[in-house]
Ligand binder design. Structure first.
Ligand SMILES: NC(=O)c1ccc[n+]([C@@H]2O[C@H](COP(=O)([O-])OP(=O)(O)OC[C@H]3O[C@@H](n4cnc5c(N)ncnc54)[C@H](OP(=O)(O)O)[C@@H]3O)[C@@H](O)[C@H]2O)c1
Length: 350
C-alpha cells in the first residue's frame, strides 16, 4: 500500500511493489479460479492469470465462436475449458465476466453453483448495484469482490504483453471469509493491473457509466462529428475536415497528452494554437456542464441501466445495432476516415 498525492488528495494505491506477484500467487494457490465468459474481458484476464502462473479455468457456452477462441488460446476442453455451469461448480473464485445482460440471464444457474466461502468476482459494479433490474443478489455466505480494469479487455492483454498494465479499481462489497480484501488484491495484481485503487461498487459503476457515455466515447464521438460537420458546411474537403478533427488528435496530440499532460501540450504548440485553445477550453467546458449533469443523474437514478437492459434483451438487438453501426461506418466522415487510415505509410506498405 502506497500513499500517493493525486493533485493534493492523498490516496492509497497498490502496485506489484507493495503486493508482489509471488504474494498474489501464494494467496491464490489453493483457489480454483474460473473465468466465466470469453468475450472481451474474459480472454484478457484469463490469459494474464495463466501467464502469471495462476491456475485458471474458463467457462463458456459450447459451440460458439468464443469457445473456439478459447481453444485457439490454449484452453483444453474437459481440462481447462468447460461449459459455464461445470466451470462455476468447480470454482472457489467465480470471475463473472459475461456481458452484464448475460450475467443477469445466467444468475440463477451461477447462484446454485456457489458454495460457502467462495468468492464472486465482478469487473463492473453494474449487476450488484442495480440489483432491482438485474435480479443479482449474492448469497450472504460468499465474498463479493470487484477488480475493474480501466480499459478494454484487449488492452488488458496487449499492455500486459508489452510489459505495462491497465490500472484497475478494486472493491469489497461483502467480506464473508475475512479474506476478501486479500483475495481481491491478489487477483488484481495477477490479472496484470498497472496499479490498483480502492473504490466501492456504487462509485465504480457511476463513474464507469458516466465515462463511457461521456469523454471516453459518447461525448468524444459527438464533438468530433460536430466539428467535422462544421468544417464541411463551410466548404472544407473531407480530407481536411477529417485530418483536422480526428487524425491529428489520434496520431499526434493525444499521444503527447498521454505522455506529458495537457499543460505540457498547451506549452508545446504554436503560440497561435496556444492562445486560442486556452481561450476556448472554458467555453466548451461550460457548454457541456448541463449535459454532464443530466448524464450523471440518469446514471445514478438507474435510467441508463433500464435503457441498457431493455435494449439488450430485445430479440432484434444485434440486427438493430448492426444497422446503427453501419450508418456510422457508412457516413461520409468515417468513410473519409477509412481513406485517411489507408494512406498512413504503415498501411500503404502492407
Ligand atoms: N469490454 C471491456 O473491455 C470491459 C472493460 C471493463 C469491464 N468490463 C466488464 O467485464 C464484464 C464482461 O464484459 P465484456 O465486455 O467482456 O463482455 P462481452 O464481451 O459482451 O461478453 C460476452 C461473453 O458473455 C457471454 N454471454 C453473453 N450473454 C450470455 C448468455 N445469455 N448466456 C451465456 N453466456 C452469455 C458470451 O458468450 P457467447 O460468446 O456464447 O455469446 C461471451 O462469453 C462486464 O461486467 C463488463 O462491464 C468490460
Amino acid at each position: 500500500m502506497a500513499n500517493i498525492d493525486f493533485g493534493g488528495t492523498v490516496e492509497e494505491v497498490i502496485t506489484a511493489d507493495e503486493f508482489t506477484l509471488e504474494k498474489a500467487r501464494d494467496v491464490l494457490q489453493k483457489e480454483r479460479i474460473a473465468v466465466l465468459g470469453y468475450g472481451v474481458q474474459g480472454p484478457g484476464q484469463a490469459l494474464n492469470l495463466r501467464d502469471n502462473g495462476v491456475a485458471v479455468i474458463v467457462g463458456q457456452r459450447e459451440g460458439t465462436p468464443s469457445w473456439d477462441k478459447a481453444v485457439d488460446d490454449g484452453f483444453v476442453p474437459g481440462q481447462t475449458l468447460f461449459p459455464l455451469e461445470e466451470a462455476a461448480r468447480q470454482a472457489t473464485v467465480v470471475q463473472f465476466l459475461l456481458s452484464d445482460a448475460g450475467q443477469s440471464a445466467t444468475w440463477p444457474m451461477v447462484r446454485k453453483c456457489l458454495n460457502e466461502g467462495d468468492a464472486l468476482y465482478f469487473s463492473h459494479g453494474f449487476s450488484v448495484v442495480y440489483k432491482e433490474q438485474t435480479g443479482i443478489v449474492p448469497p450472504e455466505n460468499v465474498d463479493v469482490i470487484l477488480v475493474a480494469p480501466k480499459g478494454s479487455g484487449r488492452t488488458v492483454r496487449t499492455n500486459f504483453l508489452d510489459g505495462s498494465g491497465i490500472n484497475s479499481s478494486f472493491a469489497v462489497h461483502q467480506d464473508f471469509t475475512g479474506r476478501a480484501r486479500e483475495r481481491t488484491i491478489a487477483l488484481g495484481i495477477a490479472v496484470g493491473s498497472g496499479y490498483l485503487f480502492p473504490t466501492t461498487f456504487e462509485k465504480e459503476v457511476h463513474s464507469d457509466l458516466t465515462g463511457e457515455r461521456g469523454v471516453l466515447m459518447g461525448c468524444l464521438a459527438g464533438v468530433m462529428e460536430a466539428q467535422y460537420n462544421l468544417l464541411r458546411k463551410h466548404g472544407h474537403s473531407p480530407s481536411e475536415a477529417f485530418n483536422e478533427t480526428v487524425e491529428e488528435l489520434t496520431q499526434s496530440l493525444i499521444r503527447l497528452v498521454a505522455e506529458n499532460g495537457m499543460d505540457w501540450m498547451f506549452a508545446n504548440c504554436s503560440t497561435t494554437a496556444q492562445r486560442g485553445a486556452l481561450d476556448w477550453a472554458p467555453r466548451f467546458r461550460d457548454a457541456v456542464v448541463p449535459v454532464f449533469d443530466d448524464l450523471y443523474e440518469s446514471v445514478v437514478s438507474g435510467e441508463e441501466t433500464r435503457i441498457t437492459m431493455e435494449a439488450n434483451s430485445a430479440s432484434d438487438y444485434r440486427a438493430k445495432l448492426q444497422k446503427e453501426l453501419d450508418a456510422i461506418g457508412g457516413s461520409e466522415m468515417w468513410r473519409a476516415g477509412a481513406a485517411v487510415r489507408s494512406l498512413r505509410p504503415e498501411n500503404r506498405r502492407r
